[in-house]
Design a protein around this ligand. Structure first.
Ligand SMILES: NC(=O)c1ccc[n+]([C@@H]2O[C@H](COP(=O)([O-])OP(=O)(O)OC[C@H]3O[C@@H](n4cnc5c(N)ncnc54)[C@H](OP(=O)(O)O)[C@@H]3O)[C@@H](O)[C@H]2O)c1
Length: 222
């Protein structure tokens, strides 16, 4: 399979890269500017692409003609928890996080949809349970919650729009994972999260188009 992953230089994105290379898939690993640990991977099936999803500039690097699986993984949290309280959140932070976490995946799909359609492939958009209204019992975290909620809705529209072309779109929640984003305080490690999400992706067409699914296969409310 040809697989393209955004934000692939560290964290969950890098975990996906390692997982799919181990399966002998061809992986186009996209990173914003620093290739990070991708540099240490010596594998002829690994292709590097520079892509800042917060910019309209688009990717730098060769892309495959067909993409069987596109994982929109790149994302930011924004200001630390206190910086996203009702009193402290700023319009700048709201816009910055929305631009990367919600508009970013939209930009990537706008750029690549022809290649995914050519493969009748799958698009997996990595959101978060923090973007679920139904699951929001603690409030706060305005920028991240709003951007990830926006992504759930954008992902659903993509699912509807691309279904007639044979493309299946789902939204993922990785769990609370030990990565830089959580300052390594998550409940599960990268391998557990990626193993679970990979299984969900392999089974993607058994879920409704635009379904919001956690790493353990559980449905997440919108
Ligand atoms: N960890 C969790 O518990 C958790 C829970 C729910 C959802 N998620 C979501 O899972 C995804 C991966 O998170 P993670 O935990 O692996 O976070 P992470 O370790 O902080 O990694 C984030 C990745 O996104 C990339 N990125 C950020 N801004 C970018 C941009 N403008 N263009 C391209 N790449 C960009 C980063 O690249 P740089 O190195 O260049 O910054 C990095 O590769 C995110 O969408 C996150 O919101 C994570």
């Amino acid at each position: 399979m040809n697989i393209l992953i955004s934000g692939a230089n560290r964290g969950l994105g890098l975990g996906f890269v390692r997982r799919y290379l181990a399966r002998n898939d061809s992986v186009w690993a996209c990173y914003r500017s620093d290739s990070g640990s991708l540099t240490d991977i010596d594998d002829e099936n690994l292709h590097h692409v520079v892509w800042d999803v917060g910019s309209d500039a688009g990717p730098v690097g060769d892309l495959p003609d067909t993409i069987d699986l596109l994982i929109n993984n790149a994302g930011i949290y924004g200001p630390g928890k206190d910086g996203q309280s009702l009193d402290r959140i700023t319009s700048e932070a709201m816009h910055e996080v929305f631009n990367i976490d919600c508009v970013g995946p939209l930009r990537v799909v706008q750029h690549l949809k022809g290649r995914v359609i050519a493969a009748k492939g799958v698009i997996a958009n990595v959101s978060s349970k923090m973007g679920s209204s139904g699951d929001n019992g603690s409030g706060g975290t305005y920028a991240y919650r709003a951007a990830k909620a926006g992504l759930v809705i954008v992902s659903k529209s993509m699912a509807v729009d691309l279904a007639p072309f044979g493309v299946h779109v789902i939204t993922l929640h990785p769990g609370w994972v030990q990565t830089d984003m959580t300052h390594h305080t998550g409940l599960i490690d990268i391998e557990t999260s990626v193993t679970g999400m990979t299984e969900v992706i392999a089974d993607a067409r058994s879920y409704p188009a635009g379904a919001f699914i956690a790493f353990d296969g559980q449905s997440v409310p919108y």
